[in-house]
Ligand binder design. Structure first.
Ligand SMILES: *Cc1c(COP(=O)(O)O)cnc(C)c1O
Length: 357
């Protein structure tokens, strides 16, 4: 793996407001170098399949994931939804994690647009409880709801950026194959899993039928997500993307930013993971919070009482932004625009907040 490089543009970004914003890695701004690449991008009409920069990105992503083809989407939500529409039929059962993004943060799109019913599977550890999935599986009886597809999330966002263990994925894949049901990975932050475990993306993606990956988060591109899968699936996904209003015409400007981000920012994720671990190390023994040991760039902790909103409001007044996910849960996400100063200040302020209570 290449060592993280802190280029001048990334450094400049650390001087902006986003340098103190821990709410999400979606706040990252394009660097000057990325903007130059965007301005110079070759473009064409992508609905006709004629945007060279989009085509280049898609080929690059198919290669990285070891899948046959890939498609560029405006958002991860749309790419996930297109995958659900391709893989399943209305009235079928979707099996997904109880804390998954698809269930909790995509406004019920699986039900509203794909006509699917959801069965929750315990994913507290960041991966699906396979035994429970087997127990809750749909019996093959004509008057019972039939299984449609299984979705996993990697890394698990609300779980605290947990990496899906490859062995767990292989066991799950064996089961879904046996049941002849497709397996989709919401890999918005699959990049982080790959960097954290120093493995290629394909160690995970060759065990799924489709995968969604975001370039608009930790990688620092302004907009976009990728869906990768078989040629047949991606052909269908192109139809679904158009239906959902995601045919983007001269999207090459965005695709060029995405390629630039993959080529240049991927190794920088290591620094986010290190900073996240450092903050965890400094606050884990504080008596008024219980932190989940981070594996990647997301730090989640529970406050003693329902003080998440009070704490994030106070931190905000100190110039540090974070997110209250639940009455007793605070999330902090580490990304390439953060400054060293912000991370040090975060540690100090978390401690100070506890003392002042
Ligand atoms: C952000 C995110 C998405 C959706 O991506 P958008 O581009 O914001 O629509 C999907 N899954 C996970 C796990 C995410 O974190």
């Amino acid at each position: 793996m290449r060592p993280p490089i802190l280029d001048a543009e990334v450094f400049m970004a650390t001087l902006s407001d986003t340098a103190f914003d821990f709410r999400s890695d979606t706040v990252t701004l394009p660097t000057q170098a990325m903007r130059t690449v965007m301005a110079d991008a070759e473009m064409g009409d992508d609905v006709f399949g004629e945007d060279p920069s989009v085509n280049k990105l898609q080929a690059q992503m198919a290669e990285l994931t070891g899948q046959e083809a890939a498609l560029f989407f405006p958002t991860g939500t749309m790419a996930n939804l297109a995958a659900l529409l391709c893989h399943s039929a209305p009235g079928r059962m979707l099996f997904a994690g109880a804390m998954s993004h698809i269930k909790r943060y995509e406004l019920g799109g699986y039900a509203r647009f794909a006509g699917l019913t959801l069965t929750d599977i315990d994913d507290d550890q960041g991966f699906l409880n396979l035994e429970q999935l087997q127990q809750r599986w749909c019996p093959d009886i004509y008057y019972m709801t039939q299984a449609g597809l299984v979705c996993v999330e990697n890394t698990h966002n609300i779980g605290g950026g947990l990496v899906y263990p490859v062995e767990e994925l292989i066991d799950l894949r064996r089961f879904t194959r046996e049941k002849k049901v497709p397996l989709h990975m919401d890999g918005a932050r699959l990049w982080h899993a790959a960097i954290a475990q120093d493995r290629p993306l394909s160690d995970w993606t060759r065990h799924v039928d489709s995968v969604m990956m975001s370039v608009s988060k930790g990688l620092g591109a302004p907009v976009g997500s990728i869906l990768a899968g078989s040629k047949a699936l991606i052909e269908q996904a192109r139809v679904q993307r158009k239906l959902l209003g995601g045919g983007m015409r001269q999207a090459g400007m965005l695709a060029a930013a995405a390629s630039y981000a993959v080529d240049n920012h991927l190794p920088l994720l290591e620094r986010d993971h290190t900073r996240c671990r450092e903050v965890y190390g400094a606050v884990k023994n504080l008596p008024w919070l219980t932190a989940i040991e981070p594996q990647t760039n997301i730090l989640i902790f529970k406050t003693e009482k329902d003080e998440a909103a009070a704490m994030t409001t106070w931190l905000n007044e100190q110039g540090l932004r974070s997110l209250a996910l639940a009455p007793n849960t605070v999330r902090m996400v580490f990304h390439l625009n953060l400054s060293d100063e912000a991370c040090e200040k975060l540690i100090d302020k978390i401690k100070e907040w506890g003392r002042g209570r």
